[in-house]
Design a protein around this ligand. Structure first.
Ligand code: ZN
Ligand code: FE
Length: 254
């Protein structure tokens, strides 16, 4: 049976490891060392590497992992990632036969120009685009692109388990509560996730249903979110993209 395990890297990155029997694949190995240690400890053989975008904290470990044996490396078409063996984009399918899984590739630009997500088996690996109760910064794309990418993810089933690239949840909830002070689901989430962190547990995966109820960046049509965006802007945001851009900007400055 497929299991998905977080391997911690750097300060708050998660390298998601998919494993079944003696075989494993990793998503976004920014650092090779923790992956090598985990594989050795668990006696697993690496069979594939998946990357969501070109930032070093997601791909930096790939060359060193490949020195230990060649495996297919999937990543976005149109981003500078060393040692990709297959560049993929929207409409492509990534199959890992050794683990019995397939993922549809979704283009979700905004954080970077060609950021992708992998979606399959009711799981979503979305790198730095969607975070638990937050979203990534818009570095290479426009707010309009990022908003469209988040809406694309939002359209997936509520049951989808969301595996993000970083543990940012508690800080994100703190900000979300400023945007939506009256959202009861947020207070419940904060209590639960705080307990998890105090116990040293990840708050991930989250689910899309949970994100729809609490993540302000997926709630740009909610009157309370619109009102907060307008207050921040000191003007009326003309459309949901401007609401999104306003709260993203507010978060960047807070
Ligand atoms: Zn990134
Ligand atoms: Fe990152």
């Amino acid at each position: 049976m497929l299991e998905i395990v977080p391997v911690k890297a750097f300060k708050d990155n998660y390298i998601w490891t998919l494993r079944d029997g003696k075989l494993a694949a990793v998503v976004d190995p920014g650092d090779a060392r923790p992956v090598i240690d985990y594989l050795a400890r668990e006696k697993l053989d690496l069979v594939a590497i998946l990357a969501t975008h070109h930032h070093a904290d997601h791909v930096g470990g790939i060359p060193e992992l490949l020195e230990r044996g060649r495996v297919p490396v999937y990543g976005p078409r149109g981003e500078p990632i060393e040692s990709l063996t297959r560049a993929v984009g929207e409409g492509d399918t990534v199959t890992i036969p050794e683990l019995g899984v397939s993922f549809a590739v979704l283009d979700i630009p905004g954080h970077t120009r060609a950021h992708i997500a992998y979606y399959g088996a009711d799981c979503l690996f979305c790198g730095d685009t969607l975070f638990a109760c937050g979203c990534g910064r818009v570095f290479e794309g426009t707010p309009g692109q990022m908003y469209a990418s988040l809406e694309k993810l939002r359209a997936l089933p509520d049951s989808t388990r969301v595996y993000c690239g970083h543990e940012y949840t508690l800080a994100n909830i703190g900000f979300a509560r400023r945007v939506e002070p009256g959202n009861a689901a947020l207070s419940a989430r904060e209590a639960r996730d705080r307990k998890l962190r105090e116990a040293g547990e990840p708050t991930l995966p989250t689910t899309l249903g949970e994100e729809k109820a609490t993540n302000p960046f997926l709630r740009c049509l909610e009157p309370a979110v619109v009102e907060s965006a307008n207050k921040y802007l000191g003007a009326r945001a003309a459309d949901p993209v401007r609401v999104f851009a306003a709260i993203r900007d507010w978060k960047n400055r807070s």
